[in-house]
Design a protein around this ligand. Structure first.
Ligand SMILES: *[C@@H]1O[C@H](CO)[C@@H](O)[C@H](O)[C@H]1NC(C)=O
Ligand SMILES: *[C@@H]1O[C@H](CO)[C@@H](O)[C@H](O)[C@H]1NC(C)=O
Ligand SMILES: *[C@@H]1O[C@H](CO)[C@@H](O)[C@H](O)[C@H]1NC(C)=O
Ligand SMILES: *[C@@H]1O[C@H](CO)[C@@H](O)[C@H](O)[C@H]1NC(C)=O
Ligand SMILES: *[C@@H]1O[C@H](CO)[C@@H](O)[C@H](O)[C@H]1NC(C)=O
Ligand SMILES: *[C@@H]1O[C@H](CO)[C@@H](O)[C@H](O)[C@H]1NC(C)=O
Ligand SMILES: *[C@@H]1O[C@H](CO)[C@@H](O)[C@H](O)[C@H]1NC(C)=O
Length: 509
């Protein structure tokens, strides 16, 4: 009897030594939804977005979007993009009489609050997105968006019910100070206006680095100019007014006309702190965009955090877009991505061990571990795969595609990354990004090594200038799958009678 008692007591002690049984499930530290610390038990992944389940009946899926994220009173006309398709995953069910071919959609687009007719038109169902122009003459510019309603249905099919689709249209009073920045919802690029453009909108492809303030930018205007003269037109200073009085630094950036993403990673969860920073930045001349969350998914910030900050920024400053970077492959994508106008990805695949986490001494698999690059294989294709995934997720959600930017690896260390990318790997990652639709390159982190700095500078001088920049900003790439294998990634940009081809290897090994 006594031996049984001792054995039971031992079992209890052994049981207590297992950390996983002492820690409530909700407190198990996770990265991208996965436990990553030794001893914590494996859990089913959560926050995973799945493709929508196809319905057995076809649906009519009609989308409408303002061509530009904002217009201002310097512009007499605007455009809407409309697309109609028969879908088994999105849209409204309709009663289709098989005898009538479903070919054309007839529709009206009206301003919701006045019922003012912006335009009436027809489009082919299942055709590409089509652009329709309208006049702003009946609208008074204002800071709040106008609600817009598309109403219409298939021509000649009397059994159907008309469908209604809503969107928003910004028609702002034009500014004659600071900057105004918009997103082209057709081509995914940006347009910027400030005193250097005489307040007319010019296409812009941001290319640069996240850059250290205390280790570089804050030293001198000369440092800012040296960075710009390497060929970079954009920067994300990794600092903010919450770090102290850095007004001089943003003055230098304005003076250099170096467009910046203003980084609130350390304060965006605190809406009072965000509200305090808006007036300090919103009227600056080289101010490109608000940057709120830095890897909110990796840090598992509250799911409503990005949207809360976004709503405040939109209300206070509709003149600039908001971006954020996602770190995970597939973790609450819908919730975190909701709080941005463009999405950045930062898969850093070079020099990782994708199946063993050195910092945490655990294995990495689909449901467990932090190997520095979520669900990566440790190759160049992780970059293009991540971009493709984010485009797919937006499709699955039936959402209008937000532009995607690439944050590329220009560092090593931190326990996960054995080595820097080579110059050739850097160029391949840039090309893969552009081939897969990225509309900006913003690498981590400047100052970097001389070879990586030189690699970025050389590419920036090509990508941000005509003719390459015109191809990149005036159309989306079309990918081609080369026959006989996956060694090369190929895409082209066609503009009028010219074509630019992007060719990148997937590996140098
Ligand atoms: C991942 O690793 C964990 C921890 O070793 C294990 O419990 C789990 O079954 C693995 N998952 C998969 C999908 O192999
Ligand atoms: C559907 O909307 C179109 C465009 O506004 C209109 O011409 C048509 O009469 C409507 N059809 C029905 C059945 O309401
Ligand atoms: C389809 O037609 C039926 C019968 O005419 C009608 O009751 C129903 O509301 C229609 N459904 C749609 C989605 O239009
Ligand atoms: C802006 O306008 C001024 C005066 O009209 C002109 O000299 C200058 O070239 C213009 N700059 C640009 C970038 O269009
Ligand atoms: C830049 O930051 C560093 C580190 O915080 C500091 O030592 C230095 O004085 C700063 N330079 C300027 C010009 O403020
Ligand atoms: C949030 O920001 C405000 C304004 O800067 C500050 O007073 C407050 O202490 C911050 N709250 C937290 C929890 O940091
Ligand atoms: C966000 O969610 C938290 C709980 O996770 C809640 O306390 C807070 O009120 C929410 N904020 C908004 C703006 O909905």
């Amino acid at each position: 009897m006594i031996w049984t008692t001792i054995a039971l007591a031992l079992l209890v002690v052994v049981g207590e030594a297992d950390q996983s049984s002492m820690v409530p499930l909700s407190d198990i530290p996770r990265w991208c939804g996965k436990p990553y610390q030794k001893g914590f038990r494996n859990l089913p992944p959560h926050g995973v977005l799945h493709p929508p389940v196809a319905s057995s009946d076809p649906m009519l899926f009609v989308q409408v979007k303002s061509r530009h994220s904002i217009y201002d009173s310097s512009e007499p006309t605007g455009e809407c993009i409309v697309q109609a398709s028969v879908s088994y995953t999105h849209g409204e069910p309709f009663n289709h009489t098989a005898s009538i071919p479903l070919e054309t959609l007839v529709f009206d687009i009206r301003v919701g609050d006045t019922d003012h007719l912006l335009l009436s038109a027809t489009i082919d169902i299942n055709a590409r997105q089509q652009v329709f122009e309208f006049s702003f003459s009946a609208l008074t510019p204002r800071l709040q968006p106008f609600p817009i309603t598309l109403h219409g249905g298939p021509v000649g099919d009397s059994g159907h019910r008309n469908c209604t689709t809503n969107t928003e249209l910004y028609y702002l009073p034009a500014k004659k100070s600071g900057s105004t920045v918009k997103i082209d919802n057709l081509r995914g690029g940006m347009l910027v206006a400030n005193h250097n453009t005489n307040y007319t909108f010019e296409p812009f492809l941001p290319f640069g680095f996240y850059t250290s303030c205390s280790g570089y930018l804050n030293y001198s205007l000369a440092n800012v100019l040296a960075y710009r003269d390497l060929g970079f037109n954009a920067v994300n200073p990794v600092c903010a007014f919450t770090d102290g009085d850095l007004e001089y630094l943003y003055d230098w950036l304005d003076e250099a006309n170096l467009w910046y993403q203003y980084d609130m990673r350390g304060s965006y969860l605190n809406l009072s702190a965000v509200a305090e920073q808006i007036p300090l930045i919103e009227d600056r001349s080289a101010f490109l965009s608000w940057y709120t969350a830095d890897e909110p998914d990796g840090w598992q910030h509250p799911l409503n955090a990005t949207l809360s900050a976004y709503a405040l920024l939109k209300e206070q400053d509709p003149y600039h877009p908001t971006g954020l970077v996602l770190n995970c492959d597939n973790y609450y994508f819908e919730q975190y991505s909701a709080g941005a106008d463009y999405l950045m990805e930062d898969a850093y695949p070079i020099g990782i061990n994708p199946i063993y986490s050195r910092p945490w001494d655990t294995i990495c698999n689909e449901t467990y571990g932090d190997c520095g690059c979520d669900s990566c294989v440790g190759g160049l294709q992780d970059i293009s795969d991540r971009l493709d995934s984010y485009l797919d997720y937006q499709d699955w959600l039936g959402a209008w595609q937000k532009p995607i930017w690439a944050v590329l690896q220009a560092f090593s260390g931190e326990g996960y990354w054995d080595r820097d990318p080579t110059m050739k790997e850097s160029w391949a990652m840039m090309l893969l990004s552009l081939n897969h639709g990225a509309k900006a390159i913003m690498s981590w982190l400047f100052p970097t090594t001389d070879p990586l700095s030189a690699a970025h500078a050389a590419f920036a001088k090509v990508a941000t200038r005509a003719p390459v920049s015109s191809f990149l900003t005036s159309t989306q790439p079309t990918r081609i799958a080369p026959e006989g294998g996956s060694l090369l990634d190929v895409a082209y940009w066609g503009v009028e009678k010219q074509v630019m081809v992007g060719l990148s290897p997937f590996s140098y090994l």
